[in-house]
Design a protein around this ligand. Structure first.
Ligand SMILES: C[S@@+](CC[C@H](N)C(=O)[O-])C[C@H]1O[C@@H](n2cnc3c(N)ncnc32)[C@H](O)[C@@H]1O
Length: 490
């Protein structure tokens, strides 16, 4: 057995899992940890350790909270690997101080609950100071957003561009026969390799290099949570964090990934990335549309959030560990100067899905703002499938049903018999709300799969005493949109 396999055996035996840690320190401490505060978790651990020091508590103290542990306690928590083995693997130093963050990660997919362990660099909390520019990020909010959106269609070869700790590559390795994971950081690749071995995933190849430079191949799936954070380039002394800053001006890195990915997609291949885009004299989503316009790719772009440049600068200066004082003010000024030089007022953040058509020209170009709360991970492949199903289809001949997560809401003036406002609500994914006119409400209400849409439109027109052709012309594009967005199902 290798040392990494020994470590896996120990972590497994200690039940080093998300659920077990939750039980150990409770929901509120877990939530505090999520906010970057470890005191509640530490108090819970100390209470447990008064009685005994179970391996789980020792592992949590060292690798999740980033606190030193006595070598004998770590040796007891890792009986197969041993303390010396942990030192040799670079998990702790000779005195028992942690050198890596290592924590359980779990998710649910088609095959049930999956549990992994993910190693990354120690964060600010453990270090006690700002992270260095070469920091390798653990699994963060953006990571889980992208992995949750992943289209899991089986493919031969997938690419994770900018793999960091390897989390997207590990996810992609579940539906791709082989994955290539790239990064400009040797250390990131080392940690990603470690994580793949620790979790018994053998179908990932790791390559050093920038953007698409190390990959001449074409892929069935490209995923990337790229270093998209807009960072001032001309000011002195602005930290350039490898994990978030691709070294280009403004949003040029995202533009370049969108432009270059086409040459690396197989026909039918899908690319999914997260990104930022700038708003200035031009609307930000129109800017993304322009990047996509000269590609031959289908595109669906969702803007989830828009910040003014002040909020944006504050977010990313704080993320680097500078919270206030003269240095904060200096960096804030540099960010605002940089945005002002390009006339940028806001920055959009969102999800980009691109697909190379199997043949011919692109047929999907959809750019939308969906900035409300979501109800679970949106189903990207469902929209692509619905788009393909709708193409060249005589929808009037189809019998549709209302999706099981959809409800109708009606609002009345007090005492009124008829509603003043009606809408459809989606109970999952983007949780879309669609306003309903009288005709559309009646048509959707009759979509129980038994009658073709054309017959429903005729019947509703008769009921409302309006012209059937006019009602059909009004309702048809609305129904098409409901099918595309998953509120009505074929
Ligand atoms: C935001 S992190 C994403 C890490 C991981 N994929 C995730 O989803 O959590 C971006 C990664 O891109 C890498 N990176 C930065 N510049 C790059 C470049 N020019 N080409 C490839 N990777 C790059 C960074 O080292 C970092 O690991």
């Amino acid at each position: 057995m290798t040392a990494i396999a020994d470590l896996a055996a120990d972590l497994s035996a200690a039940r080093f899992t998300v659920d077990a840690l939750g039980e150990l320190w409770g929901e509120d401490a877990a939530a505090a940890l999520h906010r970057g505060q470890r005191v509640p978790a530490l108090r819970a651990l100390s209470a447990v350790e008064l009685v005994e020091a179970p391996p789980l508590a020792t592992l949590a103290r060292a690798f999740v909270l980033g606190l030193p542990v006595v070598p004998s306690a770590l040796a007891a928590a890792l009986p197969v690997l041993g303390f010396e083995g942990a030192v040799a693997l670079g998990l702790v130093d000779e005195a028992g101080a942690p050198l890596l963050d290592l924590r359980p990660y779990s998710f649910v997919d088609g095959s049930g609950v999956v549990s992994w362990w993910i190693a990354s660099d120690l964060g600010e909390l453990a270090l006690g100071h700002a992270i260095p520019e070469q920091h390798v990020l653990g699994v963060g909010g953006a990571s889980t957003t992208l992995s949750g959106l992943m289209v899991s269609r089986p493919v031969e070869l997938a690419l994770d561009l900018g793999t960091g700790c390897g989390i997207q590559a590990l996810h992609a390795a579940r539906h791709a026969k082989r994955v290539i994971a790239t990064d400009i950081s040797e250390r990131a690749l080392e940690l990603a390799r470690f994580n793949a071995e620790l979790n018994g995933v053998a179908n990932i190849e790791f390559r050093l290099g920038s953007l698409f430079e190390p990959v001449p191949e074409r892929f069935g799936h490209v995923v990337s949570n790229p270093p998209f954070v807009i960072t001032p380039r001309s000011a002195e002394g602005v930290p350039a964090y490898e994990y978030r800053d691709g070294g280009m001006v403004g949003d040029a890195l995202v533009a370049s990934v969108i432009k270059d990915v086409e040459a690396h997609l197989e026909p039918g291949g899908v690319a999914q990335l997260l990104g930022n885009w700038e708003y200035g004299s031009q609307d930000g989503l129109a800017r993304v549309e322009q990047w996509v316009r000269f590609t031959g790719l289908d595109a669906w772009v969702v803007e989830r959030e828009r910040q003014d440049v002040e909020q944006y600068a504050e977010t990313w200066i704080r993320d680097g560990g500078t919270r206030s004082g003269a240095e904060f003010d200096r960096l804030y000024g540099a960010w605002l100067d940089d945005f002002a030089a390009r006339g940028v007022t806001h920055v959009g953040f969102g999800y980009v899905t691109l697909r190379r058509p199997v043949t011919g020209a692109p047929t999907l170009r959809r750019f939308e703002v969906l900035d409300g709360p979501i109800a679970g991970a949106p189903d990207v492949s469902a929209l692509l499938t619905a788009h393909d199903w709708l193409r060249d289809r005589d929808l009037l001949a189809e019998s549709l049903t209302v999706a099981p997560d959809v409800t109708e809401q009606r609002h009345y003036w007090p005492g009124d018999e008829h509603p003043t406002v009606m809408d459809l609500r989606q109970g999952s994914g983007f949780a879309r709300t669609v306003p309903l006119g009288t005709a559309l409400a009646a048509v959707v209400g009759a979509c129980d799969g038994s009658l073709p849409l054309g017959a429903i439109c005729d019947a509703v027109a008769q009921l409302l005493e309006v012209d059937a052709a006019e009602l059909t012309a009004e309702v048809l594009p609305q129904v098409r949109e409901l099918v595309l967005t998953g509120l009505l199902l074929p």
